[in-house]
Design a protein around this ligand. Structure first.
Ligand SMILES: Cc1cc2nc3c(=O)[nH]c(=O)nc-3n(C[C@H](O)[C@H](O)[C@H](O)COP(=O)(O)OP(=O)(O)OC[C@H]3O[C@@H](n4cnc5c(N)ncnc54)[C@H](O)[C@@H]3O)c2cc1C
Length: 110
């Protein structure tokens, strides 16, 4: 949904590399040490991934007509940073059918 899978993969790879390097330097390959990878990637982008997944589920359940309506409602809207939230905010501000969009945001927040 965010189009940023490669970015997350690179961030996760960097974290994994740092944790492994620290483990090698400190000769500490304990579960506790290696779980630092899990803790760090989750604190950096787990929420963003969850939001993206919810947004993907929301958008993939829309009909072609709904998607066309949403796309048309964004005509002329400038989105500087493309995230599920910025897209939803823009849609909420611009869409002709605000009720439908707010229902969508409610589904995302649930
Ligand atoms: C069609 C498509 C378009 C996409 N477009 C974009 C885009 O425009 N921008 C973006 O940011 N993201 C995009 N993505 C998502 C992005 O490609 C992924 O999020 C990213 O590649 C994930 O990286 P990864 O290293 O986690 O996994 P992968 O890139 O899938 O790498 C995993 C590697 O491990 C290998 N492997 C698997 N099992 C084993 C095994 N048992 N032993 C040895 N090797 C193994 C695989 O062969 C593979 O080379 C797209 C994805 C698809 C499918």
């Amino acid at each position: 949904m965010t189009g940023g899978g490669i970015l997350y993969a690179m961030q996760a790879g960097e974290i994994a590399g740092e944790v492994i390097a620290e483990a090698v330097q400190g000769k500490d390959f304990s579960k506790r040490k290696l779980l630092e990878y899990d803790r760090r990637w989750k604190s950096e982008f787990e929420k963003l991934l969850e939001t993206g997944l919810k947004a993907k589920e929301l958008f993939s359940n829309l009909s072609d007509e709904d998607l066309n309506m949403l796309a048309h409602s964004l005509d002329g809207v400038k989105i500087n940073v493309f995230t599920p939230w910025s897209l939803l905010r823009a849609l909420i501000n611009k869409a002709e059918s605000k009720d439908a969009i707010q229902a969508g945001e409610g589904a995302l927040l649930s």
